[in-house]
Design a protein around this ligand. Sequence first.
Ligand code: SF4
Ligand code: SF4
Length: 320
Amino acid sequence: MANILWLQGGACSGNTMSFLNAEEPSACDLVTDFGMNILWQPSLGVELGDNVKKILKDCISGELKLDIFVFEGTVVNAPDGTGEWNRFAGRPMKEWVRELCDVADFVVALGDCATWGGIPATAPNPTDSEGLQFLKRDNGGFLGADFKAKAGLPVINIPGCPAHPDWVTQILVAIATGRAGDLALDEFQRPKTFFQSFTQTGCTRNMHFAYKVSTTEFAQRKGCLFYDLGCRGPMTHSPCNRILWNRVSSKTRAGMPCLGCTEPEFPFFDLAPGTVFKTQTVMGVPKDLPAGVDKKGYIKLTGAAKVAMPKWAEEDIFVV
Ligand code: SF4
Ligand code: SF4
């Protein structure tokens, strides 16, 4: 039996909503099939007021064993480092977070806000928000770069805006069934099993990417969204076209560019007007190129692609 406690800081609840839609396994499966005991969760917990406080205090004192602490949302430090803008159960949330992280066997940061700050930490960051162990690309965050939970792992980061529900439930199952040691983490502490491949891996538009045929409007069924609409699929680490959303689709399959939400810089270009859904270019070459491709290589590749393009590449091949 693994005890899980889940709290929310500066967040929109999107990751909780996503979690409640999990299918493989579902949130119910965690309890019925994998023996997890959800001590409290913002949308599932029935306790209120002093009763919630008691659960938190019992975890901190050791009365209740805290196996997994899940945190969703940013750590809010405003105003002036006090955290008073995000109070919970009688004190600043950041004080609970610090003490709970110290007693938990495993700490999981869920969603971009908890991993590296996400949208709340975008400049000018009025809430003085940060992630548990990162602020954007910088290792450190609220807990500091050296933090390790009691079982020896740093914060396990499951990013996304929101994270796909099955990424969450599958990692929780791995931890709760004693397989945390099998989790290989990348440089941003993301489980490699989900975040080694790219959004582009498995995208149905790959052939159009290869021949440099562009999608020019949302939901167009032909073309690739990289060249005009700012798709970040070739440089974003996610399994969004391998583990489909609602089991049926993904952003790019539906004709919407990947915004790179699993990367620490998200939202890119600090949401400056004209930077979302628009490929940013310098002299006609995208500012951000597919991972591992340099400018010279890109120019050669796309030049050859255009010459080689077969006629069918400009037609809608997904006939209903
Ligand atoms: S739509 Fe995006 S993910 Fe799909 S092939 Fe084009 S760039 Fe890659
Ligand atoms: S397709 Fe891109 S923006 Fe959408 S959820 Fe996946 S990584 Fe995030």
